[in-house]
Design a protein around this ligand. Structure first.
Ligand code: F6P
Length: 497
């Protein structure tokens, strides 16, 4: 039976400033502190009435039951007939799943210890090839936390465009490079081609036992062994860990290697703290739930088609692209879990950028364009740089001022071009500091928010059949012998004759 959205659709929509004027406690009601993260939704149109309506919908959609099913390791990915055990990777799932995750983490740690002890030779460079969930997560971690670790230089190469690999080749010494092949399925053509080219580069540059320098991260260990990786350097993870939820598993290997094992464990602990909050807090005080309620209010009631995240911190510059996969591959669906067509918009298109740069590029549309775009600011109180305090102060003040300006606007009756309508929603996530623990909590928050969105929409966030057709057609084009439409045939002819 389709969910009843009538009371949500009937919610009044006063201006944000009116909401603040009418309720002196608005800020305290719509802000929360969890795991070193401060959340502020007071500049969204969420109200106690809206939250109550969403709680009703959550009940009708059995959010509590589905959340328990997720943590209990039940089959929540119904179209693929499996559980989604990323929570077990951080110690919060079913005992059996947690036990398996711990055993596989121990294997990963042992290999890291061996590499540190130079058992594979003097490794200084780590060339990680993988794509989508097998690249975006580790890339975000290494970029956010590993800049000055000084342990290993890491390059994460995903694109099959050879220029991406050549950039890494130019920086790295083949004799001191470890190749890390990350692929859940170990069938992804881009990753396997990139891996073969790295082996060739090593071999052409005098490395004798190239396979002796390869580590594989995969849920298909047999395929990795068949491809040539020694069994002792295959780090498996459970098939029930989805690709875009896999940075907690062996897919996080380059981050654990570059940042150190303690740091990786802190990441898992931060995520576990957010998981416990998600599992135990009532919905009106539950960060992933409140964020999802705001998301759904804007997509379903106010018909917002997009949502933008701006990281006001260079260390988080990869967060928007990480979130694009997490949110769009999870919730970009047109079918409900029971196989009927979704009768309403699915997830918003996720986009964003880095502040303050984005202010001078895309914020014009946010302030005066005709689209409604809920904005999320993510910033860190403790500075990452060591320059004079002015830099970080300006950075944060800019983030806060943008949210204030979006809400307040400024009327100019004489000159409409200089008028700002205001009443444009934003939320803010402020981290005390950016370390492994807070980053783990932040990423887990986003994962659980995706889960709440999916559950309230009645869709499965854990499959991704939408990417299959394009993959199949690219393969068919490569193999030849298949006739495409005239336009595609013409493009192939122009490129290859
Ligand atoms: O793009 C689709 C996808 O299946 C993603 O879900 C996944 O993260 C990515 O490809 C890479 O897949 P694999 O890890 O199997 O190489």
């Amino acid at each position: 039976m389709a969910a009843d959205w009538t009371s949500i659709e009937a919610l009044p929509s006063p201006r944000l400033e009116t909401l603040f004027a009418d309720d002196p406690d608005r800020l305290s009601k719509l802000s929360l502190d969890v795991a070193g993260l401060h959340f502020d939704w007071s500049k969204t149109h969420l109200t106690s009435e809206a939250i109550a309506a969403f709680e009703k919908l959550a009940k009708a959609q059995d959010l509590a039951g589905k959340r328990e099913a997720l943590f209990a390791g039940e089959i929540v990915n119904v179209t693929e007939g499996r559980a989604a055990t990323h929570v077990a990777e951080r110690g919060e799932g079913k005992a059996e799943d947690v036990g398996l995750a711990r055993a596989l983490h121990a294997r990963m740690r042992a290999l890291i210890d061996a590499i540190e002890a130079e058992a594979l030779g003097p490794i200084r460079h780590v060339l990680h090839v993988g794509i989508g969930g097998s690249a975006l997560g580790p890339h975000l971690l290494v970029d956010a936390l590993g800049r000055d670790s000084g342990r290993y230089d890491v390059a994460i190469v995903s694109n099959v465009d050879g220029m991406a690999l050549e950039e890494a080749f130019a920086k790295f010494d083949p004799a001191a490079t470890l190749l890390v092949v990350a692929s859940k399925t170990f069938t992804t053509t881009e990753t396997l081609l990139n891996a073969e080219s790295v082996l060739q580069w090593m071999s052409e540059n005098g490395v004798e036992d190239v396979y002796g320098r390869v580590v594989a991260l995969t849920a298909e260990p047999d395929k990795a062994i068949e491809w040539g990786v020694d069994e002792t350097r295959v780090l498996p993870f459970a098939d029930s860990v989805g690709g875009r939820y896999s940075l907690w598993s062996s897919i996080g290997f380059p981050a654990a290697l570059a940042l150190g094992w303690d740091c990786f464990e802190e990441l898992l602990e931060g995520a576990a703290e957010m998981d416990r909050h998600f599992r135990l807090a009532s919905l009106s005080e539950n960060a992933p739930a409140l964020a999802a309620f705001a998301d759904l209010y804007y997509t379903q009631v106010r018909h917002a088609e997009t949502r933008a995240t701006f990281a006001y911190d260079e260390r988080l510059r990869l967060l928007p692209s990480y979130l694009q996969q997490l949110e769009m591959e999870s919730n970009g669906k047109g079918v409900t879990v029971d196989g009927t067509l979704l009768d309403r918009p699915s997830a918003a298109i996720t986009w964003g950028g880095v502040g303050t740069d984005a202010q001078h590029a895309v914020f014009q549309l946010l302030h005066q364009g005709t689209h409604l775009v809920p904005v999320e600011f993510v910033a860190v109180i403790e500075a990452g740089d060591t320059l004079a305090e002015d830099h970080h102060r300006q950075l944060l003040l800019n983030a806060f001022a943008q949210g204030a300006a979006l809400m307040k606007g400024r009327a100019n009756d004489k000159d409409p071009a200089r008028s700002y309508s205001g009443d444009r929603p934003s939320s803010t996530i402020l981290l005390d500091d950016l370390d492994a623990r807070t980053l783990g909590a932040l990423i887990a928050f986003y994962e659980q928010r995706v889960f709440v969105n999916a559950t309230l929409l009645g869709i499965n966030p854990f499959d991704q059949f939408g990417v299959e057709l394009g993959k199949e057609m690219a393969k068919a084009a490569g193999e030849g012998g298949q006739k495409f439409d005239v336009s595609t045939e013409d493009l192939i002819k122009r490129a290859f004759g």
